[in-house]
Write a protein that binds this ligand. Sequence first.
Ligand code: SF4
Length: 331
Amino acid sequence: MPRHPEKAARPDNPSPRKPPWLRVKAPGSPEYHATRRLMRELQLHTVCEEAACPNIGECWKERHATVMILGAVCTRACTFCNVATGRPDRLDPHEPERVGEAVTKLGLAHIVVTSVDRDDLADGGAGHFARTIAAIRHAAPDTTIEVLVPDFLHKDGAIETVVAARPDVLNHNLETVPRLYAEVRPGARYFHSLRLLDQAKRLEPSLFTKSGLMVGLGEETGEVRQVMDDLRAAQVDFLTIGQYLQPTAKHHRVDRFVTPEEFASYRRQALGKGFLMVSAAPLTRSSYHAGDDFARLKAAREGAVSSVIPADAGTQGERRAASSGPPLSRG
Ligand code: SF4
């Protein structure tokens, strides 16, 4: 079976030569190989490999792998994505425990768990996410958990199930600007994705929410700024912006390479709009340096809260409760 049967008949989009700021070293450290072996032993998939992430050499050297649950085959066919499309695998009920075991063996202080889209499942895979969170908590109670979820095809109760499992960070990527959805994420709807983020925050205001965009797909800078405003209206805390890279000639074309200076400008603008944290750089990916970013995110919230709560306001307990409330706008 070809990996992307739906893309096979498409004309080739030649990939432009990468600029120097996107060139990375080929992976090959002993730690990289050890991480790879462990994933094979535990029969786990990673988005690092499935999405052909350029950061794999660096992340896996630190043993930071992003686990992809619910199988390796996706029911959608986004034009940017390298994950295989087709008839999905049977759900593996023991996968959550193996993810817990991987977290313990890798010694991770923070784990990112993502998945393929499973539109074929009654709950879109939300229950499996919840079981995976529980299994990680059981195996590694001190590890913080970030989930990068699909839109669950807006199935009733799906996002409630994931939020009730109490991850530390809930991420759902918008990926691109609304005008490009039909060609980039044909199975998704921009406002459904936005609503999912908004709903997650309303269900649990202390939850950190996060979203990401790829640039270089043909978007205009004004459209990116509008997405930032939409995300802030949904009270999203953390925004990531990275360069889209074309996995094969059959994937969506790279419209252009956004310069490091433009990324720095996006970062400044996003911070000005009130995000607690922004990571915007050519090689930024949702899960890149996610552990360090989570520590900064917590510190940013605590700093934002303490700057508006006078030291003598209420008891210590009341101040602590306030500091885990919704983020305060810095814009
Ligand atoms: S950036 Fe994320 S997906 Fe890429 S290698 Fe690192 S952990 Fe994996």
